[in-house]
Design a protein around this ligand. Structure first.
Ligand code: ATP
Ligand code: MG
Length: 552
């Protein structure tokens, strides 16, 4: 695990900033509050906050809240929680909606300077006039209407006099530009939606591109870091800021410089809010925080730690190009961390009762177990060894395959840190289903090798009567294809075995009343976290990750 003092690995953005020797490094993380944050956002958060920290700068958290149809308070609350949970502190909490008055003044100034106009074509006509990548666009007949006329219409749009779609405000740039973003992009539209922050004040809302670049400039952001798909938007952003600065408007603007980096793509999942919303809305997962989701809230519930996610972001690095990261990188960071930090426990996920007939009914022998094999400072715990214990159904085979090293009829196995037992009798019900095993123990094998024979298998167990009945949720990858988006419909690639619920798991008594969120290694099984669905009587545990990579 990397420690706090590990330097962040260099990348092209850091090198660029070092060369600039800039006096201020001001960044922002600018989510649109229309969903929960996912691992791609974590990459952007670690980059933006990490760079500002290392160059003695600051970072704003800014909600780009320009589309009240899709945005909500719930999403903002979740986003703030996730950024803080990842361990980052913003300088100011900002909202694009705080700049609506300024943005409106800028639009008025751009109309006055002849750099914007109100267009009255229909949405369909605007699409037709836009041209294509091969064909230049056509100028709207309204493009050259007078500034006075445009201003009058804008005022009417603002006061709610017109209907949605009747008019829009567009920049007057170049309908023949090879960059489609420069073909007179819209900057305002009529939308009569209540906004959770500005209420019913506005019946027009500024569009994303226009809002985003001006918000950066208003906040004095120096380095606008964003993903590659915005590369083609950069000329537009620069154009807007330059024109507004040249206008008469009294809005103070800094000079943000945009640098694009490759977005995170991760195997066996999808990182797109639109797709994640679909999974939630169609009930394919239990919610945004379903432990299979690549969201920060899902990973937190699964049992990932802030350290492990930051370490993941450190390992994947930041480059100019887009790459697909193997899911094993994510699984490895948490496995490595928990191998160091998680206390060991025993849990039987699919119990099979074993009666040790050589023990008295009330046998209750206290055995001592180390909490961690190589960290004595983590102490130890006690476990009673009793006449009845549970073992894993899969640790017994009546007709064992070759090389099966666990319990078989007439065979021996060691109960972890306890005695060697021998299976004398297999008890079945009328349907032939095994209900219990009758075994005898060798009293001379506690902490000692058995006399005159080899016993290879060691299996985990819990004492029946002292164990805690629990639900264990064994999670696996949400998709069974490395690139679900390569399918005709990515939903076809959903892994139907991504959740297997063990209703009758039995945990060792030390796991009773474990705190929600605490993590353990269940010996031979993997790493598990206590879920918030736990009750005092019935803990619920989520599998975070298996002990080894079982896919590759
Ligand atoms: P999505 O595509 O999932 O809807 P988005 O880009 O629309 O995400 P925003 O709320 O606009 O979501 O994103 C906030 C910031 O996070 C942006 O600066 C964006 O570039 C960054 N970001 C989003 N997805 C990724 C990703 N996969 N890798 C790195 N950064 C990302
Ligand atoms: Mg976006």
């Amino acid at each position: 695990m990397a420690s706090e003092s590990d330097p962040a690995p260099s990348n092209f953005i850091r090198s660029m900033i070092e060369k600039q020797a800039a006096s201020t490094v001001a960044t922002r993380f600018p989510p649109e509050p229309n969903g929960y944050l996912h691992l791609g956002h974590a990459k952007s958060i670690c980059l933006n906050f990490g760079i500002a920290q290392d160059f003695n700068g600051w970072t704003n958290l800014r909600f780009d809240d320009t589309n009240p149809d899709k945005e909500s308070e719930e999403f903002m609350t979740a986003i703030k929680r996730d950024v803080e949970w990842l361990g980052f502190q913003w300088k100011s909490l900002c909202y694009a909606s705080d700049y609506f008055d300024d943005l409106y003044s800028c639009a008025v100034a751009l109309i006055k300077s002849g750099d914007a106009y109100v267009d009255s074509l229909s949405a369909e006509e605007i699409r037709e006039y836009r041209g294509s990548l091969k064909e230049p666009g056509k100028e709207s007949p309204y493009r050259n209407r007078s500034a006075e006329q445009s201003l009058e219409l804008l005022e009417e749009m603002k006061s709610g006099k017109h209907n949605e779609g009747d008019h829009i405000v567009r920049l007057k740039i170049d309908m023949a530009s090879s960059n489609m973003n420069m073909r007179d992009p819209a900057i305002y539209r009529i939308k009569k939606t209540h906004h959770y922050r500005t209420g019913d004040k506005w019946s027009i809302y500024p569009l994303y591109d226009y809002t985003h670049c001006l918000s950066d400039a208003i906040e004095g952001i120096t380095h606008s870091l964003c993903t590659l798909e915005f590369e083609d938007h950069r000329p537009l952003y620069e154009w807007v800021i330059e024109k507004v600065k040249a206008s008469s408007v009294a809005v103070e603007l800094g000079s943000p410089v945009q640098t694009e980096f490759g977005p995170l793509n991760l195997e066996y999942t999808v990182l797109s809010k639109r797709k994640l919303i679909e999974l939630v809305q169609k009930g394919l997962v239990s919610g945004w925080d379903d432990p299979r989701m690549p969201t920060i809230s899902g990973l937190r519930r699964r049992g990932f730690t802030p350290d492990s996610i930051r370490e993941f972001c450190r390992r994947i690095g930041v480059t100019k190009s887009s790459a697909v990261i193997e899911i094993s990188v994510l699984e490895t960071v948490i496995r490595e961390e928990l191998n160091e930090s998680a206390e060991r426990r025993m849990a039987v996920l699919e119990p099979l009762k074993v009666v040790i007939t050589s023990l008295a009914d009330d046998h209750n022998e206290i055995l001592q177990f180390a909490n961690h094999p190589n960290k004595p400072e983590l102490g130890s715990r006690q476990l009673p060894f009793t006449r009845e214990v549970y073992i894993e159904q899969s640790d017994f085979e009546e007709d064992p395959p070759p090389k099966f090293k666990r319990l078989v009829p007439g065979g021996e196995v060691r109960l972890r840190s306890s005695y060697v037992i021998r299976c004398d009798e297999v008890i079945k019900d009328e349907n032939g289903k095994i209900t219990e095993l009758h075994c005898t123990h060798d009293p001379d094998t506690l902490g000692k090798k058995p006399e005159g024979r080899k016993v290879k298998g060691v299996i985990h167990w819990v004492p029946a009567g002292h164990s805690v009945k629990s639900e264990v949720r064994v999670y696996d990858r949400l998709f069974n294809q490395p690139n679900p988006l390569a399918e005709d419909n990515y939903l076809d690639a959903i892994n139907s075995d991504s959740l297997v619920v063990m209703e009758d798991a039995q945990l060792e008594p030390a796991l009773a009343s474990s705190a929600v969120g605490s993590s353990y290694q269940f010996e031979r099984q993997g790493y598990f976290a206590v879920d918030e669905d736990s009750t005092a009587e019935r803990p619920v545990c989520n599998r975070i990750v298996s002990l080894r990579d079982t896919w590759s």
